[in-house]
Design a protein around this ligand. Sequence first.
Ligand code: FAD
Ligand code: NAI
Length: 463
Amino acid sequence: MSESFDVIIIGSGPGGYVCAIRAAQLGLKTACVEKRATLGGTCLNVGCIPSKAMLQSSENFEEVSHHFADHGIVVDSIKLDLARMQARKGEVVNANTKGVEFLFKKNKVTWLKGEGRILGAGKVAVDGTEYEAKSIIIATGSESVPLPGVEVDEKVIVTSTGGLELQSVPKHMVVIGGGVIGLELGSVWHRLGADVTVVEYLDHLVPGTDKEVGKAFERVLTKQGFKFKLKTKVTGATKTETGVKLTLEPAAGGETETLDADIVLVAIGRRAFYEGLGLQEAGIELDDRKRIKVDGHYATNVPGIYAIGDVIAGPMLAHKAEDEGVAIAEMLAGQAGHVNYNVIPGVVYTWPEVASVGATEETLKAEGREYSVGKFPFTANGRARAMAATDGFVKILADKKTDEVLGAHIIGPDAGTLIAEIATAMEFGASSEDIARTCHAHPTLSEAVKEAALAVEGRALHI
Ligand code: FAD
Ligand code: NAI
């Protein structure tokens, strides 16, 4: 007889592994299927964690190469040891994936190693062995969207996966797609010495970001040396002896031009991944954008089968997947799991960082909602000056009548950490005055958040 579980989760990314831990904590007999040799999914193996390791290392290199002298620290003969930097990234990834393995053991989650296939409600096969489960949760994540005419080989034409593995610094890297991956990985290689040109289809970077912040971001990156070709599309790529020749065309059509690169990074988005999972045979429906269709309780149209994370609608973010994992585990255990989709922060881990939560000015205008804006620049923040990190500002959007905080957008040092305060405030339904009247330690970057909240009603103090 096949082994039976309360819950089988397919995929061990942040959605799947967190769901498994929470389900086990709640007393459910839990298994997690993962075909990769290590746990943690895209995020820990080839996504969030390795990219942040390389961002940190390259930021250190940039600091020592260009900014230490301002502090009176003179370092002679700075040398890049890329092999060591890559090895360190591997160690960071290893520590994290092993950490998940430890947590599985601690919580008595069974790792079913191999490729999972759904045989119908309550039945999963893992590399041919059948298991039974009261509930099946699909958490198989996403993959990079291919660009027709630009064939990825993960050596010279790379996705983020190959882009994190380069063993030498490119002379000229062309990034196709001015989104989160393009700008983060573009920053890594630019700091290490590459010329970077970003080709973006739209007229602005990081679609969905508050436009004012997006424009400021473009200006800062241009000042750093990034080159942008906006409103432009890549129509083809030919490999040459030295790299790749790309053909570009204005997005609206028109005269073509060529651009030579030694490395091309394709980063035009990610799409839901469920190859080999047996969705069609199990009769599981997809939505209009080919993601798994779920209701408000993460249930697919097949009873007992649920889906979470990148494979369903919503922002493709690790923390969104994690929170959905917790919510579904709690629902299956008879509790009231819930995710507040209005308060999911997003962060671009460049320098400066760009962070946002909630509504943008554009979405509020589209809704016809009246709002007030409070803004405060880091040039007027003492700590930012001490850090020599004055690029950027905090922007808070609040309801014109009730003063409820509706959204916040930060470009600046440590924006990703600063946004957490505003997200917490929004969870509690705070007004801008609540943030403004909260005592913030001096001198900290968080005082810029307080000042932006004060600015909502025109009473910022330090500007
Ligand atoms: P995934 O993490 O994709 O995990 C799915 C897992 O399922 C994989 O391990 C896969 O092997 C496994 N799987 C698939 N099919 C099967 C099967 N049939 N049987 C067994 N196993 C299977 N998000 C952030 O919030 N912050 C960041 O800083 C960030 N940085 C990123 C950087 C990069 C370069 C990339 C590519 C992504 C980044 N993301 C970031 C996005 C983040 O990685 C995803 O949103 C997150 O990993 C989604 O989690 P998930 O659990 O839905 O799926
Ligand atoms: P993205 O959706 O962020 O950006 C893709 C960009 O490519 C967009 O600006 C889009 O307009 C552009 N584009 C699309 N087709 C194009 C074409 N043919 N030519 C030129 N430009 C084109 O996608 P990206 O950067 O690939 O990242 C995928 C996902 O991974 C994101 O949704 C993000 O949520 C997640 N991620 C999150 C990170 C974070 O939270 N810090 C870091 C990296 C990835």
